[in-house]
Design a protein around this ligand. Structure first.
Ligand SMILES: [Zn+2]
Length: 361
């Protein structure tokens, strides 16, 4: 099987292939049904596969589809790891936990968000409040998510957003849009006003399966930021922590930190790392988001804004709706052999380095 064939054409195919390949490889499986259904009324699940001794103290965790439509990439890697036979090279005493489609709704509907428009990777905040503020988003909310979506609106809002970047800087615009916001439930990068179903499942899986773990490596697969095909290892642990130092060690310093300003990502509110740190207090955690570039940031943002408009004001089944869905698919998944080969090579390198780190740690 060629590398390109590890990647599925949609959520339904990915789910079936992951379950079949995991069973074939002898993994212990569990499945969690999402409260929402897919576009054709189909059942949506997060599927979890455990390879190794149930009480392993050292574990590599891989996660796909934290941001729904980004799941093509992470799912392809998880399925490839099984289909290529690489799962058999797992070092002694180390388990592999693959969490497939943690946000199945977003994957199935080609959305970055969950069934309640929550950006899962901004949802790990204290929901008793107060929430982090994002006054720049508040200022730009109606420009980012206008009520109409046509060439004139796109041109007008583009002009306003460019003017904001010209006077405040590109990073300020990026922070305003993607840093996370908690005041516009219908908007982009909304972190939620309650715990999302996907967060509950992730915490249940990690606390249930890793209660005895001492060393845990997590690779959370993402797309849509950075140069096309490049895989940036983004580490959101505190810069003062041993966790960031360990990540630097394991990955030969090839790790970036939003908090140190070395990443293509700005500092983010409510990322899943914060939830993992709370839920696994007894383990040394080494978490990276492996973030692969697809299109330019303006193209990706345009697709997200179009999709937000579509689900609030349009019809996903219309011609315009289908065009916007294609735009989202392309923004988060490059259906091209060269891109898939680059994704795969970097993923294999990263997962092997994680196993080496766990073996030595
Ligand atoms: Zn992402």
């Amino acid at each position: 099987m060629s590398v390109s064939e590890y990647f599925s054409k949609d959520y339904g195919q990915a789910r079936k292939r992951f379950i079949d390949a995991s069973k074939q490889a002898g993994a212990a499986m569990s499945s969690y049904q999402c409260p929402s259904a897919g576009p054709d009324g189909e059942v949506l699940t997060t599927d979890v596969a455990w390879h190794g001794e149930p009480d392993a103290e050292r574990v590599l965790v891989t996660i796909s589809a934290t941001h729904g439509a980004e799941g093509f990439c992470g799912s392809g890697v998880q399925i490839g790891w099984l289909d290529s036979g690489l799962y058999q090279e797992r070092p002694d005493g180390i388990a592999l936990l693959q969490i497939h489609a943690i946000n199945p709704h977003g994957f199935a509907w080609l959305r970055r968000v969950t069934e309640d428009n929550i950006d899962l990777n901004r949802n790990f905040v204290d929901h008793s409040g107060p929430y982090p503020e994002n006054s720049a988003y508040d200022e730009l909310a109606e420009v980012i998510c206008p009520t109409s979506w046509d060439d004139a609106t796109i041109a007008d809002t583009h002009k306003t957003l460019r003017a904001y970047a010209d006077s405040h800087g590109e990073k300020a615009l990026q922070s305003a849009i993607s840093g996370g916001q908690y005041s516009h439930a219908d908007g982009l990068f909304f972190g939620g006003n309650s715990v999302a179903w996907s967060q509950n499942i992730l915490m249940e899986v990690l606390s249930g399966k890793l209660s005895g773990a001492k060393q845990v490596a997590v690779i959370d697969y993402h797309t849509g930021l950075g140069p096309r095909g490049h895989g940036e290892r983004i580490c959101c642990h505190s810069p003062e922590s041993n966790d960031l130092k360990r990540a630097m060690d394991w990955y030969d310093e090839d790790v970036t930190s939003p908090l140190l300003g070395t990443s293509s990502s700005v500092e983010l509110h409510g990322v899943n790392v914060f939830g993992m740190e709370k839920c696994l207090p007894g383990a040394d955690l080494t978490v990276v988001a492996l973030e692969y570039g697809t299109q330019s940031s303006p193209e990706v943002n345009l697709a997200l804004r179009a999709d937000n408009w579509l689900h609030l004001h349009g019809d996903p089944m219309s011609k315009k709706g289908r065009e916007i869905k294609q735009q989202i698919r392309d923004a988060f998944y490059q259906d091209a052999d060269d891109w898939k080969s680059a994704i795969w090579a970097r993923a294999v390198e990263t997962q092997k380095m994680a196993f080496r780190g766990l073996s030595e740690g």
